[in-house]
Design a protein around this ligand. Structure first.
Ligand SMILES: Nc1ncnc2c1ncn2[C@@H]1O[C@H](COP(=O)(O)OP(=O)(O)O)[C@@H](O)[C@H]1O
Ligand SMILES: Cc1ncc(COP(=O)(O)OP(=O)(O)O)c(N)n1
Length: 267
């Protein structure tokens, strides 16, 4: 039996909502064989910070090869890459890899407050990763940082930002509008058309892992051979359910529920 395969190159979020943990849960939910090359271990939650521990380049490269040489891969997603050195290594590995389905989630600061990318690594990401990406998936804060803008506040701003980000070379830009106040609108740009993906906005603070789960769902659908537009559509339904049925753990920010679409929305 064969199954589509996806690899995430990202950080471990010990509390389970985001990072590698979200990606692997999402791959499983989307019926894709999941693999992981861990760049760092983040031992933080919304109550306490125990630290961020970065893996060596040697450890990251070894995991990458161990995963894809044995199993093969249909799509690769990147998350927390932390430093210039790791971004350059990942770019080298992706350039040598036969799969060209690459989802770059330019994570910078987690909702729990963790610094997931050095500020001085943003330029390296623009130069080395964006040109080889099938799709990049910044949130409003990340897009503003990348473009050197003070803020992105409206859907019109998001559309302008998507066009500006497209100039760095990805085939698609998905601007996520989770921080907007009314509907939850995302904008996809392919160099020609701007497409909107929207759902109602759910009134909750328990959205940790939303961005990771969304990009992982898109990666899973691309691994299956879906088009980018269909993958984003499915990813949006997946993350909407994950937020609608989010998990609260009594204290602090809770987690998106990675099994929600299967458990609650599909009979
Ligand atoms: N409260 C919410 N209700 C519904 N959808 C949301 C909500 N918050 C975020 N989303 C959606 O979740 C996805 C992740 O967006 P966002 O929260 O902006 O990313 P990140 O987690 O990277 O900051 C997007 O599709 C966004 O529109
Ligand atoms: C280890 C790690 N990687 C990525 C994130 C960011 O997750 P994301 O889903 O984009 O957003 P929040 O979960 O922070 O809301 C993370 N937190 N940890």
């Amino acid at each position: 039996m064969s199954i589509p395969r996806a690899l995430t190159i990202a950080g471990s979020a010990a509390q389970g909502s985001a990072g590698i943990q979200a990606d692997l849960k999402t791959f499983q939910e989307r019926d894709v064989y999941g693999m992981a090359a861990i760049t760092a271990v983040v031992a933080n939650n919304s109550i306490t910070n125990k630290g961020i521990f970065i893996h060596s380049l040697e450890e990251i490269e070894a995991q990458f090869h161990a995963a894809i040489e044995h199993v093969g891969v249909d799509a690769i997603k990147t998350g927390m890459l932390f430093s210039e050195e790791i971004i350059k290594l990942v770019s080298k590995l992706l350039n040598r890899c036969s799969t060209k389905k690459v989802i770059v989630d330019p994570v910078m600061i987690g909702k729990m407050g963790s610094q997931l990318l050095h500020n001085d690594a943003i330029e390296t990401m623009k130069e080395h990763l964006f040109p080889i990406a099938t799709i990049i998936t910044p949130n409003l804060h990340e897009a503003a940082k990348i473009l050197g803008k003070k803020e992105i506040r409206t859907v019109v701003d998001m559309k302008d930002a998507a066009k500006a980000l497209y100039q760095f070379g990805p085939k698609y830009v998905l601007m996520k509008g989770g921080a907007l106040t009314e509907e939850a609108i995302d904008v996809l740009y392919d160099g020609q058309s701007l497409m909107e993906f929207k759902t109602e906005r759910i009134d909750t603070i328990h959205t940790s892992g939303a961005g990771c789960s969304y990009s992982a769902a898109i990666a899973a659908e691309l691994a299956k051979g879906e088009t980018v537009i269909d993958a984003v559509n499915i990813g949006k339904q997946y993350v909407y359910a994950a937020i609608k049925y989010a998990l609260s753990f009594e204290k602090g920010i809770g987690s998106t529920y990675h099994a929600a679409l299967r458990k609650h929305e599909q009979q």
